[in-house]
Design a protein around this ligand. Structure first.
Ligand code: PEP
Ligand code: MG
Length: 325
């Protein structure tokens, strides 16, 4: 399937109306990295660091992690890699970490909540990342931030680790970006200061959608019940983009939906200019974006909204059927 899109691999995802959407890929293991060159992504928009922890039967050591992260950066060859700090809990359980049963793990002690309450592992991971960068630019993203204070505190931990590493004589990154994942509706309504402090924001649509509709992403009975192209959800995405634009905060979308061409097109029409997806999706998404006019997609969305449709999918599919794809 990658072959089909080989001719546009080096082309940008520029729409007929002249808007360019940055397409990055999601990764988590070293074996994912060769795809970077072959799929036409401009970087790694989400590196899920927990995968390295999940494939082991004991806690990895700092040196070992630093070597792996260094190899990831080497393989990326100067392209931006967004390292998401450990996102455990909920559906991702470390076999070697003691945990207490929780009635609702998705709403429980997970991700940054663990990172802030028991910062030992997160600090060790941040040290490994700083050492792996060895002076190169470094991009860190904290998962599951639900309120401003969590981001401020997590960022402070990172700044402390940078200072500490410097004091110890390690080379520190020439440039550090610290971003937040927006995965809970609450963060969309955080004070303006949050948006100013964040170097970038990435919408974690998988979690955001489950909390927006109160529908467990793991529960087969309800997980497909609500369409991502539901007008309410699209309005919410649009509002997040607007808030980010107000402070000039770069915003991207890295949930699975970014890799579905029709969804990706709709997000672009809602104003998103950066998407991160599995490697195999980069070609198909780019192909559709390059043949679409976002103003027309926008018009279709507005009309569906005005008509009181629940989802814009049908209207959008009808529009797409008129295109030469
Ligand atoms: C998300 O929630 O959309 C996301 C990208 O994170 P994960 O799927 O790893 O929870
Ligand atoms: Mg998530």
């Amino acid at each position: 399937a990658q072959e089909r899109y080989a001719s546009i691999r080096r082309e940008p995802a520029t729409t007929l109306c002249g808007q360019t959407v940055g397409l990055a890929m999601n990764a988590g293991l070293l074996v994912d990295l060769p795809s970077l060159a072959s799929c036409g992504a401009e970087g790694v928009g989400l590196f899920r660091t927990e995968l390295q922890f999940l494939i082991r039967n004991k806690m990895p050591r700092r040196g070992e992690l630093a070597r792996i992260y260094g190899r990831v950066m080497d393989a990326a060859d100067g392209k931006r890699v967004v390292f998401r700090t450990l996102d455990i809990g909920s559906d991702k359980v470390l076999p070697y970490m003691k945990r207490t049963e929780e009635p609702n793990p998705a709403l429980g002690w997970r991700a940054i909540r663990v990172g802030l309450d028991k910062p030992g592992i997160m600090r060790m991971q941040l040290q490994a990342l700083i050492r792996a960068a060895n002076g190169r630019p470094l991009t860190i993203m904290f998962p599951f931030i639900a309120q401003f204070a969590e981001f401020r505190d997590a960022r402070a931990v990172m700044l402390e680790e940078l200072e500490r590493e410097k004091r110890m004589g390690h080379l520190t990154p020439e440039r550090v970006e610290i971003g937040a994942m927006l995965e809970t509706p609450s963060l969309a309504y955080a004070p303006r200061q949050f948006f100013e402090m964040a170097d970038f924001i990435s919408i974690g649509g998988n979690d955001l959608k489950q909390f927006f509709f109160a529908a467990d992403r793991e529960n087969e009975r309800v997980r497909r019940r609500y369409d991502t192209l539901n007008v309410s959800f699209l309005s919410f995405i649009e509002q997040i983009v607007r808030r980010c634009d107000e402070t000039g905060t770069p915003v991207s979308f890295c949930g699975e939906d970014a890799g579905r061409p029709v969804e990706a097109l709709c997000f672009a029409a809602m104003g998103l200019r950066a998407l991160s997806m599995r490697p195999a999706s980069v070609g198909p998404v780019k192909h559709l974006l390059r043949r679409s006019d976002l103003r027309e997609v926008r018009r279709v969305v507005e009309e569906a909204r005005a008509a009181g449709d629940q989802s814009v999918r049908l209207a959008l599919m009808q529009y797409l059927a008129t295109l030469d794809l």
